[in-house]
Design a binder for this molecule. Sequence first.
Ligand SMILES: [Fe+2]
Length: 180
Amino acid sequence: MPTESQAATVTVRDRFLADHRRLEDLFERLLAAFKASDRELVEGLWSEFDAGLSAHMEAEESHLFPLLLASQPREVRTLAAEHKHIRARLIELGIAVDLHLRRLKEMQGFVEELRAHARHEDSILYRWADDHLGTAERTSLFGALTKCPGKTPRRRSAYADASSSSSAATSSSTFTGFVK
Ligand SMILES: [Fe+2]
């Protein structure tokens, strides 16, 4: 768990951009495993990536979006819509992983989408957070970033996720602060 001293010395921007890079590296390793047709490695890396990205988005939705909402509602709506899109892509690609489909082009496209989203969050969210969050808020935020959603990485059934309403895309932690 992050300590208060860590939260006082590490900026939100540095911590979250580092997490984006970590997820990107994980995804690059996943692509390499896909190309090598190493199914076991693909499944392990996918679970780690899926859990890491989900925790990252949940931390932002729980600890940053509600704070930014009052002053920049339009920007928060846009970022939340991007998260919704990313979750839908996670489900699609998770199904491909489960079915051992080689969707290399889609996978490469996804990493480009994640990079664009990270740049967007950097310009809107992280810089704002460093100007407005106190040490206690940062401590909670950094703690949420390292928390695994549901404790264990999801190993999903391709068919269950395609039809179930209990998937990650509709998890209770999905940001709903702007629902009209
Ligand atoms: Fe982010």
